[in-house]
Every structure is written in structure tokens, then in C-alpha cells.
Design a protein around this ligand. Structure first.
Ligand code: ADP
Ligand code: MG
Length: 677
């Protein structure tokens, strides 16, 4: 007879002490299921221990040994640490070997560990003064009546719960699994009829093999991603039910615009415009993501949509994440749309301007920053909302702008290419258009990776191109000198470059400058008054100066791949061959591998995939996407197969039962969904 059900409160479990119960409670673990769903962070195969290492260099190892001596010691007279000498347990030992373990600043260790204790330890050995040591290993003292749970098997290691020892955590899970009613572990929706969920639960905690552990983990990952995809597909369906407005029937303005352009739109741009027109003309509101590398021509696609809206008699708004970007868009829009008689306004925190002083009537297109949300902007009839660099905005800010209109069409744009599977997860409720083609007439971009290049070489290279009339960016990762990071600061370096390039005009741009000053510097660079811009990453997004063809990035290893790709997108915008120099100390092999990706390709999607592979998905997701940071199985975001499977299941379910009338449990799953994407 089973003792527990998954839904039982932990307080009903008799072998958990009151103190431990409290500790679980503090960690948010209230029920049997809560405890079971805390899956192991890793496993130790304790059926066979590693031999005591005689040299460092390998990875972490799992050892079994006996403490023969302990001592409190000091390092250089100051730093206190606790040291234990451990010998290999007799049965495993080939020869007598010993290692030293050290714990720094943990004075209580001397009460925990003494000679005679038998241990299982896990950590990375290193060589020190002719011996082998492991600092701060994970360890457990073995040798009580519960050993059968902890030894001679593949053992789960959990993320620690303050107040519950690792061994107790493992024993609780073990005993609960031994006494749980299998039926109470049945899945809400059976994703894999060939793999019973209770079996997966058993295998994920106390696996019979490492392969089984992985299969079981994948089972639960699929479950989590299924819930996520169900949410996304559901949201998408609900959104499509809304009555929107029919826009874009009139195309006179668009045609006029099209003929006024000195270039033809790329095939990708045309395709995206067609896709938008289809959405805009349908009676349901558009929600579309336009994805494309910097310089792929997103702004022009957005302009087409906005002109269609204007032609239908409604207003269109574009929100950009920074003042610089908003002003730049404003200039672009004025340049192309004023001749067509379209009225454009700019609204930022520090500036309000209308292009149409001499024209009657309100703005038809309004461009701005967050100020669009917080300043008093009176929209007449907002029919289209465009959000540039949408990941720089929170979900709430996007929604705020959308609410200014009556079910307006929404177009969000991003220059951060992300792999297709991530798009399915992050933007699964949006339709997607992709600009995967560089407009014609662009010069090639060459990227060179240089280990500690000589200043004189860089200076010479810059002078040569500046003399030819080009412009250059020199980028540093930080604004101010910081001892801890020892990064060269833009402010300090600016002075040096101004001297080295004294024949040229050098400007400084960083985020701590007042907005007005920033804009002055930018417009001066844009107009050619400045030839060199020494800058931090404020130039990252959207700055468009086709004449600039050189970018030197110092401490390139400090930037992420995506960011470097964005930065590099500032050059190669004109007809000239462009050069990106990645200067680095070359000390870290990982960083070199990362930078090599950039040297090898300019394809944003390839770079994004490499980024996902090298760093895992965590870093790819900006803070705005923190909803995904709550996922238990974040690492599976890189598992294409799994994401597709989850998506297919979700679509299948909602296809068969669109309102989930037959599946109240799944409906509940959606209501409980905390995924704010
Ligand atoms: P994005 O917003 O994707 O970074 P933009 O729309 O700002 O790109 O376009 C980048 C540059 O390319 C601009 O200078 C623009 O004038 C130019 N451009 C856009 N589309 C084309 C095209 N089809 N052919 C040639 N140049 C184009
Ligand atoms: Mg843009």
C-alpha cells in the first residue's frame, strides 16, 4: 500500500523532522511533488570510484577515502583554512596514495570533519608543492545505516537547501519514491506513452545508468517546454480572435514612396512587406516580428507598413530604445517622407519636434523613445505600433504603447538574430518575417583577430584610411578606469587617440554623457566633422554612418558574441570595403574560440547558433526575457529536437480541442503559466 501521494504536504511525511520541514518551507518546497520536482543538478557514479589522482589536469573526480589527519592552518600568516589529509580506502587502493583537502574561511569545518571519518568527495584536483590538493570539495561522510541510499549506485546531487544536509535530501527523496502511489505521478498530458512518468521520476533521481538519467531528464524537460509552448500557442490563438481593423487597402502612398527610392527593395524586404500587408488587411490585429541583421533594411520595411497605415487614415508610432536611435529614425523618416507630404513628429524626453510646421493637421507618424509612454502624447487614432529593438523594452512597456490604440497592428523589430528554436519559444506567439539578405551595393567586411596589436600599427592603419576620407570607430568596454577589471577606459583612451591622431578630429561618446552632448557628438560624426569616434557600446544599436569603414574593438574578449556582432554592424554600411579589428590579450582559449567565430562569418544566425552552443542559452536572453530564466531546464533551449517536439504536441492538443474544453487540467496549466514572454 502506498504511503504518499504527490499532492501531499511535506508535513504529512513522518521521516522529515520539524526543523527540516521549516527549512524546506523557507526554500518554497511545500509538497511531496515540490520535492520530487527538484531534480538532481548532477550525478555521482559511486559504484566505482576514481583512483586517487597523482597529477592534476583531468576534470573533477569522485573519490572515496578516509581522513587520517586534520589541522587548522594559515596561509601567508593571514588566510585561515582547515586541512584534511585523506587516504584512499583500502579496497580501492592500488598503492597508498593520499590527497589534501582544504576549506578556506570555514572555521566550523573542524567540528564537522575529524580523523577516522570515511568520505566521498568530489572536486577538481590541482598540484601544489609536490602534492595533490582539492580545495573546497563537495563531500559526504559515509558509514551509517543509510549507506545503501548513498553508495554502490549512481547518486543524485541536488542543489542545496539551506538547513537540510545533502544526504538527508537524498534520503527523503529516496524514501518518498519508495512509498509513493504510482497513480499520483501520472502526467497531466501523456507526452510519451512508452515511458511511464513514475518510471521517469524514479530514473531521474536514482538512475540505473547515466543514459537512463539523461532520458528521464529529457522527459521532464519536454514536459516543461510543452507547458511553455501550450501557453504560447494558446496566446497566439486568443490574439487572433480579436477584432482588429482592416488597414492597408490603399497603396497609393506606398507606391509613391517605392518609386522615390533610389534603390530597389531586396527580395527579403519585399517578401516581408507582402507578409505585413496580408496581416494588416485581415480583420485581426497583426503581431509580427521582423528579424534581420543590422543594416538589412528593417527601417525601410517598417516605413512601408507605416505608410500603409497613414494611407488608411490612422496614425503610426515607432518606439526606439534610445534618444540617438529615435533621432536617427526621425531624420531618416523626414528625409524620405517629407517629400511625400507625410507629417512626422519626434517625441523624446528632451526634445519635441514636428516636421510639418507649415502643414495643417496632426502628426501621421510619431517617432520617439519611452517618452511616448510617459510624456503626454495625444494619439488621435493609433492604428499601427512599431517597436524597434524590442528586446530593450519590457513586456509592460510594449503593452502600454499598444494600449494607446484600439487593437492596433503591431510590428516588433529586432537586430538580434536568434536561432529558429529560440524564436519558437521567445516569440512563438508572433508571426515572423526574416530579412536574410544584405542590400546591394555594400562593401565587404573583413574581420581580423589580433593578439595585443601594436599601437603604432593600428595608428598607421587608421591614418591611412582617414586620409582617404573614411571614418572610424574605436570601441572600449568600460566608461571609467576600473582597477578590478583593468579594462582600458574610453575616457582615458580618448585623450591618447586625440594625440596620436592629432591631424584628425577625434570625438568621445559614452553612456554617462548628457543626452544633448551625446547627440551633438553623434551628429558631428554623422556629418563628417569628427573622423574618429572613441566610444563605449552606446554606439551599439542602429547608428548609421555609411562612410565609417573601420572599427577597432579593444578588449574584445570582454564582449559577448551577439554584442560584437551588433557593434560590427556599424561598419560595412557603405560602398567601401570595411575592416573590423578585434584586439584581445589572447589569454583565454575560450575567448579566442568565440572571437574566431566572428572572424569566420558575418551571418548573424550562424553567430547566434555558435553563441548558443558556446555559452548556453542563459546569456542570450536579455533581462527583458527573464521569464525564461525561471525555466528549470533552460539548457534544453538549445535542443532543437525537443523544442520542436514540444511545439508539435502543443499544436496537436489545441487543434483537437481549441478551447481545451475537454482538458481542464491543461487549461489550469495555462492559467498557472508564469511565462511572461
Ligand atoms: P536596419 O534598420 O535593418 O539596421 P536600415 O533600414 O536602417 O537597416 O537600412 C540600413 C541602410 O541600408 C540604410 O542606409 C538604408 O538607406 C539602406 N538600405 C535599406 N534598404 C536598402 C536596399 N534595398 N537597397 C540599398 N540600400 C538599402
Ligand atoms: Mg534599424
Amino acid at each position: 500500500m502506498s504511503q504518499f501521494r504527490a499532492s501531499d504536504a511535506l508535513s504529512q511525511v513522518d521521516f522529515i523532522s520539524a526543523k527540516e520541514l521549516l527549512a524546506y518551507h523557507s526554500a518554497g518546497i511545500e509538497s511531496v511533488l515540490d520535492l520530487l520536482m527538484r531534480l538532481p543538478k548532477r550525478y555521482e557514479d559511486r559504484r566505482r570510484f576514481d583512483q586517487f589522482p597523482t597529477q592534476a589536469g583531468g576534470g573533477a573526480c569522485c573519490l572515496r577515502g578516509t581522513v587520517i589527519d586534520t589541522q587548522v592552518k594559515r596561509l601567508g600568516g593571514r588566510k585561515q583554512f582547515y586541512e584534511a589529509i585523506i587516504i584512499e580506502s583500502a579496497e580501492a587502493a592500488l598503492a597508498t596514495s593520499e590527497i589534501t583537502c582544504r576549506w578556506f574561511n570555514m572555521p566550523w569545518m573542524k567540528n564537522m570533519l575529524a580523523a577516522g571519518h570515511e568520505l566521498v568527495l568530489y572536486g577538481k584536483p590541482k598540484e601544489y608543492q609536490g602534492g595533490i590538493i582539492i580545495d573546497h570539495p563537495d563531500f559526504e561522510i559515509v558509514g551509517d545505516d543509510q549507506d545503501s541510499v548513498h553508495l554502490e549506485r549512481i547518486v543524485p546531487i541536488y542543489k542545496s537547501v539551506s538547513g537540510v544536509a545533502q544526504r538527508r535530501l537524498r534520503e527523503h527523496t529516496y524514501q518518498i519514491l519508495a512509498g509513493i502511489g504510482r497513480a499520483s505521478l501520472a502526467p497531466v498530458y501523456d507526452l510519451d506513452p512508452s515511458y511511464p512518468r513514475d518510471e521517469a521520476m524514479q530514473e531521474v533521481h536514482f538512475p540505473s545508468s547515466i543514459e537512463q538519467a539523461q532520458a528521464a531528464k529529457r522527459y521532464f524537460a519536454l514536459e516543461e517546454f510543452f507547458a511553455l509552448q501550450l501557453n504560447v500557442v494558446w496566446k497566439r490563438a486568443r490574439h487572433h480572435e480579436h477584432e482588429g481593423r482592416v488597414l492597408g487597402k490603399k497603396t497609393a502612398l506606398l507606391t509613391k514612396f517605392y518609386h522615390s527610392l533610389p534603390f530597389d527593395l531586396t527580395t527579403a524586404q519585399k517578401r516581408s512587406v507582402r507578409e505585413m500587408i496580408e496581416n494588416m488587411r485581415s480583420p485581426h490585429p497583426m503581431s509580427r516580428l521582423l528579424q534581420g541583421d543590422v543594416g538589412s533594411g528593417k527601417t525601410f520595411v517598417a516605413m512601408c507598413a507605416m505608410l500603409l497605415a497613414v494611407d488608411s487614415g490612422v496614425q503610426a508610432a515607432l518606439m526606439a530604445p534610445t534618444q540617438i536611435l529615435a533621432e536617427q529614425h526621425y531624420l531618416t523618416f523626414c528625409q524620405w517622407l517629407e517629400p511625400l507630404g507625410v507629417r512626422v513628429s519626434l517625441v523624446t524626453g528632451s526634445r519635441r519636434e514636428d516636421s510639418h510646421l507649415e502643414l495643417d493637421g496632426d502628426a501621421q507618424i510619431i517617432i520617439g523613445t519611452h517618452a511616448l509612454l510617459y510624456e503626454r502624447v495625444e494619439f488621435d487614432d493609433l492604428g499601427l505600433v512599431v517597436i524597434d529593438e524590442q528586446h530593450k523594452f519590457g513586456v509592460g512597456q510594449r503593452a502600454m504603447l499598444v494600449r494607446q490604440g484600439l487593437m492596433p497592428d503591431v510590428l516588433v523589430m529586432t537586430a538580434t538574430p536568434i536561432p529558429r528554436t529560440l524564436t519558437l519559444t521567445l516569440y512563438g506567439d508572433l508571426d515572423v518575417s526574416i530579412l536574410d539578405e544584405r542590400p546591394a551595393g555594400r562593401g565587404e567586411v573583413v574581420t581580423a583577430l589580433r593578439k595585443s596589436p601594436k599601437v603604432s600599427d593600428i595608428t598607421k592603419f587608421l591614418k591611412q584610411h582617414l586620409t582617404e576620407g573614411r571614418q572610424a570607430y574605436v570601441v572600449y568596454p568600460l566608461v571609467e578606469e576600473s582597477d578590478s577589471l583593468k579594462a582600458q577606459a574610453a575616457t582615458v583612451e580618448y585623450e591618447k587617440w586625440a594625440k596620436r591622431l592629432s591631424r584628425f578630429d577625434v570625438g568621445l561618446l559614452h553612456g554617462k554623457m548628457p543626452a544633448e552632448q551625446k547627440e551633438q557628438v553623434m551628429s558631428s560624426f554623422r556629418e563628417g566633422g569628427l573622423q574618429v569616434l572613441v566610444a563605449t557600446t552606446v554606439i551599439e544599436v542602429g547608428v548609421d554612418v555609411p562612410n565609417a569603414n573601420i572599427m577597432v574593438i579593444y578588449n574584445a574578449e570582454r564582449f559577448g558574441l551577439a554584442q560584437l556582432h551588433q557593434l560590427r554592424g556599424r561598419i560595412g554600411r557603405g560602398e567601401f570595403k570595411s575592416y573590423c579589428i578585434l584586439a584581445t590579450d589572447g589569454k583565454s582559449p575560450e575567448a579566442m574560440e568565440k572571437l574566431q567565430v566572428l572572424a569566420d562569418t558575418t551571418d548573424g544566425f550562424k553567430i547566434a547558433e555558435a553563441d548558443l552552443r558556446l555559452r548556453g542559452p542563459g546569456d542570450l536572453l536579455g533581462t527583458a526575457q527573464s521569464g525564461l530564466a525561471d525555466l528549470q531546464f533552460v539548457e534544453f533551449l538549445a535542443d532543437t529536437e525537443l523544442i520542436r517536439e514540444a511545439r508539435a504536441h502543443a499544436e496537436d492538443v489545441l487543434q483537437k480541442d481549441p478551447m481545451l474544453a475537454q482538458s481542464p487540467d491543461l487549461l489550469q496549466l495555462i492559467e498557472d503559466g508564469e511565462f511572461e514572454i
